[in-house]
Write a protein that binds this ligand. Structure first.
Ligand code: F6P
Length: 360
């Protein structure tokens, strides 16, 4: 048993399945094993800006239901950079001093920040500016955080996209259609590649591998010539038009969001092949739902390891998953690289080996 500490935990950036199981693991390890107190900071760094800071105590006896609960009980945000925070009058304000002050008002020994590359970079900047101690845990369905082979939420997103492809097969075959599934992932094609292989897609399009419409249409035609009158395409949201333009849909708060490449492809494919096409945009369904067993395991391992790092007096580190082991690395290393699909990866080779068209 070490000296009694009070630690904070927050979730930042887009939610995903597996965040609550991390909270459960952190509270279990910190209170059961070390006898520490854990405060949940609500609404990411926004909770530390409020006065009094917006927190919820996290008690051991309330943790077990979190094992299967999607989302985050702490709330989160993927808007409002605290260094240029949008104010009601339309101006931007640096609110970092308030966040740092909030950390000290709560008497925290260390903050555990659960986030993707953007959130971890912001939290690290705050920690450095304010002398706060920070331990990071990587999460994002995009699986694009450097240094870790897996981030929380990715496995569940792949399961959901695979399930969607399985379902699309039946309706595609019944109607002799080309069904296109558009999935998330930002500039990384991990979800499309892995779900595409597992879910039997005939064509997988990812931002890392340039495609031509001619190759896609040829594959569909080949299948038709061989007597298969339907085809399944999975495409990552950041895949560009054949001319290289990003497809975006405008959303609230004047921010651009990716979306629409599925419909672009549907129009082009039907024009060129005459096939009937339909598009399913999976959207935020990929972030919801019950965490997969893999995400629960990873969340448990990350949560326990993060608390152990604090007990060892470490800071400015993030827990990562490499070759079936937890490996702590400096946060600076994890945010320095953006992990996309390497076109030489085993899974790219696997897809080609199965006869899947990657558009090139
Ligand atoms: O980074 C996670 C992610 O789900 C991306 O895959 C997607 O582009 C984005 O967030 C969607 O963000 P929002 O929830 O703001 O629509």
């Amino acid at each position: 048993m070490s000296e009694k500490k009070r630690i904070g935990i927050l979730t930042s950036g887009g939610d995903c399945a597996g965040l609550n199981p991390i909270i459960r693991a952190v509270v279990n390890r910190a209170t059961r094993y070390y006898g520490w107190e854990v405060l949940g900071i609500q609404g990411a760094t926004n909770g530390l800006m409020q006065r009094p800071p917006k927190v919820m105590p996290l008690h051991l006896n309330a943790m077990d239901p979190l094992r299967t609960q999607g989302g985050t009980i702490l709330g989160t945000t993927n808007k409002g950079n605290p260094f240029a925070f949008p104010m009601p009058d339309g101006s931007l304000k640096d609110r970092s001093p308030e966040i740092i002050d909030g950390y000290y008002q709560l008497g925290l020994d260390t903050l555990i920040g659960i986030g993707g590359d953007g959130s971890l970079a912001i939290l690290r900047k705050l920690a450095q500016q304010g002398g706060m101690k920070l331990i990071g845990i990587p999460k994002t369905i995009d699986n694009d955080v450097g240094e870790t082979q897996l981030s929380i939420g990715f496995s569940t997103a792949v399961d959901i996209a695979t399930d969607a492809l399985d379902r699309l097969h039946f309706t595609a075959a019944s109607h002799d259609r080309v069904m296109i599934l558009e999935v998330m992932g930002r500039d990384a094609g991990h979800i499309a590649l892995q779900a595409g292989i597992a879910g039997g897609a005939h064509i997988i399009l990812i931002p890392e591998i340039p495609y031509s419409l001619g190759n896609i249409c040829r594959k569909i035609q080949e299948r038709q010539d061989a007597g298969f009158r339907f085809s399944i395409v999975i495409v990552s949201e950041a895949v560009c038009t054949e001319g290289g333009e990003t497809v975006q849909k405008m959303e609230q708060f004047w921010e651009c969001r990716l979306g629409g490449i599925g419909q672009y492809l549907a129009n082009a494919i039907s024009k060129s092949t005459g096939a009937e096409t339909r598009v399913t945009v999976l959207g935020h369904i990929q972030r919801g739902g019950i965490p997969s067993p893999t995400d629960r395991l990873l969340a448990s391992a990350f949560g326990v390891a993060a608390v152990d790092l604090i007990a060892d007096g470490k800071e400015d580190m993030v827990v990562t998953w490499q070759n079936n082991q937890i490996v702590p690395v400096p946060i600076a290393d994890a945010i320095k690289t953006y992990r996309q699909v390497n076109p030489e990866d085993t899974l790219v080779h696997t897809a080609r080996g199965l006869g899947i068209c990657l558009g090139d």
